[in-house]
Structures are given as C-alpha cells and as structure tokens.
Design a protein around this ligand. Structure first.
Ligand code: FAD
Ligand code: NAD
Length: 509
C-alpha cells in the first residue's frame, strides 16, 4: 500500500516555511523529522548560542563600563539562570511538535526518512518499525548537516564535545574551566568567546592561516586581535594529528603547517567544530536519480530544483552558504513559487552574491558581498573606504578612542571606475545592523535570472531560463526589503520584520 500526499517535507528547520504555505493552501502534507522539531537553529545552533553570546557580551560590557564612568564591580556568572534561558528556547521545540501534531491535513512521521525511489519514501520510525511507503509529486529535502568529526589519533580516548551534544546530553552543570576549541570558523570563534567570557582558559586551534577565512582579510585580522585581547590563545595554520589522555583531561599535539614543528597543549576537554558534513547519507539516495556532489551535498539550481523533477533541496543540504537566513530565503522562494505565485512573471529565483554572514563574537563581525581580495580577483579596480567607531560620537560614547586596542570599524569596497558597491564589512558592536542598509541597496535594481548549476533544469526551468526574465527590485518598494536576506539572529531583524505584521494585516483584509 502506498500513501499519497500532495507534499512531503523532510526536516523541520526551514522546511516548516514550505510546509505551512502548503497547509495554508489546503494541500495534504507529510512531515518527517528524526530528532527535535525546529532543526539545528532552534535546538542546537543559532538561538541557544546567541542567548549565551548575549550574556557573554553583557559580562564584558559590565567589565569595561569603568571606562564610561560606571563602577559596577566584578560581574559573576549565574549558570543556573543562563541554563534556564538556553533551555527555555530549546524546549520551544516541544511546542512546535505539539502544534504540528494538531494540524489538519498533516501526517507527522517521527523518524528517519529514506528514499525507496525518486518519489517514494519510507520512515524508520523512532518508536520502532517502519512506516508504509509514501509518495508525493512534490518532495522537499531540508535535512541539514552535522559536525564533521575530524580524524585525530586517540580522539575516542579523551573527553570531547560538539555543538550537538553540548546542547544535548553533554550540557555541563557549570561553565567549562579549560577547553581547546578545534576550528576557527563561526562556531569556533563564537564558542571561544562564550567559554572565555564565562571564565575558562581557552585555546583555539585553527587549520587555516586566518580565523573566519570566508570573511574579508582585515576582519579576520581584527577578530584575531580582539579574541587575543580577551585572553584567548589562538594557534593558526595548525594540524591536529593526535591527542592522548592526561589525568582527567588531555594533551593535544598540534603540528605547524609551515614548518612541521610539534607543540603539545593541555586542557580538560576538546570542543570540536571544524565544519559540517551533509545528512544526505541518511536518505538512501542510491535508490534515486538525485545527484550529490563529491562531498555529499545535493546541488540545486536557481529554483532549488535537484536533478529529479519535483524534488527540491534547500538550506544547508545544498551546500551553499550554511546560514539560517539563507535556508529561510530559499524556503520562502519555494513556498512563493509553488503555492502563491500567480504566473511565471511572479516567480522568484535565488541569488547567492548577497548572502550576509555575521559572526557573533565580542564584538560582531559582519560581511556582505565581495571581500577586497575577491573584488580584485574578479577584475575590479577597487576603492576602499574605512571608518572607525572612534571617529564617531557614538563610537566614542561606547568607549572607543584612537588608542583603543580593540578593533572596531566598517569597510566599504566599491568599483573605482563606476562607484558600484561591491562589498560591505564591519567589526564592532551591532556590526550586523551596520551592513543591512548596504544589503538592501545591493539587492535593489533589475536582477536578471542567472542559471545556477546549468545541468539541473526541469523543462519548466529551461523555458524560464530562455525567457530572459528580469526582476525589478525597486529600491522604493517593500517587496525589495521583503526579498533581501537579513543576518540571523541580528538586531536588523527588528527593523526589517515589521513586514510580517504588514502581511498579516493584508491577510486579514
Ligand atoms: C552552533 C551553531 C550556531 C549557529 N549559529 C547560526 C547563526 O547565528 N546564524 C545563522 O544564520 N546560522 C547559524 N547556524 C547555522 C544554521 O543553524 C543552519 O544554517 C540552519 O539551521 C540550516 O537549516 P536547515 O533547515 O537547512 O537544516 P536544519 O535546521 O539542520 O534541519 C534539518 C532537520 O532535518 C532532520 N533530518 C536529517 N536527516 C533526516 C532524515 N533522513 N529524516 C528525517 N529528518 C531528518 C534533522 O534532525 C534536522 O532537524 C549555526 C549552526 C550551529 C551548529
Ligand atoms: N553566526 C553564524 O551565522 C553561524 C554561527 C555558527 C555556525 N554557522 C554555520 O555553521 C556551519 C559550521 O560552522 P563551522 O564554524 O564549524 O564551520 P566552518 O567551515 O565555517 O569553519 C570551520 C573551520 O575549522 C577549520 N578546521 C577544519 N578542520 C580543522 C582541524 N582538524 N583542526 C583545526 N581547524 C580545522 C577550518 O579551517 C575552518 O576555518 C558554517 O557553515 C557556518 O556558516 C553560522
């Protein structure tokens, strides 16, 4: 027996946006989730980390408030309150789960979905056994990724944690005291900040020659300076070949990638965040014609199509810019095109040249558009403008002055010939809010449809590609604001999200 639906959504992260649009249209839907409802962002990613980063930032603001004339004394960490606030957010997952169980037209499958054919799936149920076979003309894959545990000799003999088990079974009953963070990307830098602010000795080991290698080089140099100022020891350009137990803790051997020299460093625990791998291995894609690339990500085109017609992939699993706002943007495009758009002219397509990235360290690092090096590599003659926080009255008010050791500035990259904005970058308090106006501006204007992954194209997409479509992203229209990504979870959301209220008012009218 085969159960038929209009829509199947695998994964309850950004997939919920698609599901809700389909349900609103009265379609029959199946939802598949093997773990906590809400996906990575709510249950083990953006949200719990930002609850902690904000507390860590506040601690530093209090520590530094003497410079502003406020004597606050030494701040103390109340781990019980922090834990309660972190888990209050994670546990919203339970409300989400209940909400979906009560939805009409929706069957919730709790377990691991896998394909038995191009449009057929079964679910290995968490409660035991397997579901019947299910099918739908439209299947949406939003299964995300997980920590890529590196091969380090002896790792299985020492205490280590990942973000998944930290916000799970390994949640500590008090802050860490002594930790080595492996990986200097967004997760590594944010957790290093959190652990350090809450009192730990923190050593951060990064494989690359810089922290946040996808950021503008000046931002990487500035965050390195700022993390070191806060007392974090950072090792760059290092391999991590082996680790061994030492008492209750461990000794990690790091190898310099330039001169092969070896150094041993000790800690209580390793915190591992060297990037993520795709969850596509759970989907039995060998039973389908859905292609993956050499690393297991599922490539998609500008309409989020996969190599099988009627099967779409979005969010982390397509391997492009792994951020919640990018996943939401893609899910929004699918929801719009499949359940709201009235004709081809009204279709949206994905572009990836304006994906903002914000790392919520102390202070934030924010990037959008080309870095200076990328702009030069792309053949632009560039002009670069910089402005330091200390050069503004508010920057001074926040405590910055020309002698400040902490770096805080904004940087704009423009084409020297025609003044086109190419990139905007900032490091400093609320840096995410500083880049948002540039994001909106760069997102405005006529946007031609550009083919992404040319080989992936249903007949419908081929027809759309040949139509020479252009979207007019008028800088004066709310639609342009609506279709611009906003870094998640940044303060800019407060300014941009009133469009949800406007939409709700339109719905009611
Ligand atoms: C520590 C951390 C901090 C982060 N901070 C930020 C941040 O500040 N800002 C930001 O923009 N991004 C951040 N991210 C990244 C962000 O969380 C992801 O980009 C985003 O959640 C991806 O959403 P998604 O819908 O693609 O996948 P997910 O939210 O990962 O959802 C996928 C879901 O699919 C489920 N699943 C997987 N396989 C199967 C299967 N076979 N059957 C059924 N279910 C399955 C999983 O259980 C999961 O719930 C952070 C990530 C981490 C780890
Ligand atoms: N604020 C945010 O938006 C935010 C926060 C956290 C995570 N995320 C997303 O989650 C995903 C995962 O984050 P991430 O920081 O783990 O990945 P990442 O790929 O951004 O960074 C991982 C870093 O680890 C280094 N590395 C790899 N192997 C190593 C090893 N063996 N030893 C030492 N260093 C090693 C790499 O050089 C790389 O710079 C990213 O795609 C990121 O965009 C976003």
């Amino acid at each position: 027996m085969m159960k038929k639906y209009d829509v199947i959504v695998i994964g309850t992260g950004s997939g919920n946006i698609i599901l809700e649009a389909a349900l609103k249209k009265g379609l029959s839907c199946a939802q598949i989730e093997r773990a906590k409802f809400g996906g990575t962002c709510l249950t083990r990613g953006c949200i719990p980390t930002k609850v902690m980063v904000t507390a860590a930032d506040r601690l530093y603001e209090i520590r530094d408030s003497g410079e502003l004339g406020i004597e606050a004394g030494a701040p103390k960490v109340n781990w019980e309150v922090i834990s309660q606030r972190v888990w209050q957010k994670i546990d919203e997952s339970k409300d989400l789960h209940r909400f979906y169980l009560n939805e009409k037209n929706l069957d919730v499958y709790e377990g691991e979905g896998y394909f038995t054919g191009d449009h057929t799936l079964k679910v290995r149920l968490n409660a035991g056994g397997e579901s019947e076979e299910i099918t739908a003309p439209k299947i949406y894959i939003g299964v995300g990724g997980r920590t890529n545990i590196p091969e380090i000799e002896g790792l299985d003999q020492v205490p280590y944690a990942t973000s998944e088990d930290y916000f799970g079974p390994a949640w500590p009953d008090k802050p860490y005291k002594d930790v080595i963070v492996i990986g200097g990307g967004a997760i590594g830098c944010e957790f290093a900040h959190i652990f350090r602010a809450f009192g730990a000795k923190v050593q951060l080991v990064q494989h690359n020659v810089r922290l946040l290698p996808k950021s503008d080089e000046e931002m990487s140099a500035a965050i390195l300076n700022n993390l070191r100022l806060d007392g974090i020891t950072v090792y760059l350009n290092k391999k991590t070949p082996k680790v061994k137990p030492k008492g209750d803790g461990l000794t990690l051997t790091i190898r310099d990638r330039a001169d092969d020299s070896l150094t041993d460093i000790d800690a209580d625990l390793l915190f591992i965040c060297p990037g993520i791998i795709p969850n596509s291995d759970s989907l039995a894609l060998k039973n389908t014609n859905i292609e993956t690339n050499s690393r297991g990500w599922i490539p998609t085109n500008e309409f989020l199509e996969t190599s099988v017609e009627g099967v779409y992939a979005f969010g982390d699993i397509n391997g492009l810019h792994q951020f919640r706002h990018k996943a939401n943007y893609e899910a929004d495009i699918l929801a719009h095109n499949h359940f709201l758009a009235e004709d081809d002219e009204d279709r949206r397509w994905a572009r990836y040249d304006l994906v903002p990235a914000v790392t919520y360290t102390h202070p934030e690092v924010a990037d959008v558009g080309l870095t200076e090096a990328q702009a030069i590599e792309a053949g632009h003659q560039v002009r670069v403008g910089r402005w330091h926080y200390y050069e503004t009255a508010k920057g001074f008010a926040l405590g910055y002055n020309p002698d400040s050791r902490a770096k805080a500035f904004a940087k704009l990259i423009v084409d020297a010939q025609d003044g086109t904005l190419l990139g905007a970058h900032a490091i400093g308090p609320y840096a995410s809010a500083l880049i948002q106006p540039y994001l909106n501006l760069m997102n405005a204007g006529p946007t031609p449809l550009e083919a992404i992954n040319e080989v992936i194209a249903s007949p419908e997409t081929e027809q759309l590609r040949s139509a020479g479509l252009v979207r007019d992203m008028d800088p004066h229209k709310l639609r342009t604001v609506r279709e611009t990504m906003v870094p998640h979870p940044s303060l800019s959301e407060v300014g941009i999200w009133p469009y949800y209220d406007l939409e709700a008012q339109e719905d009611k009218a």
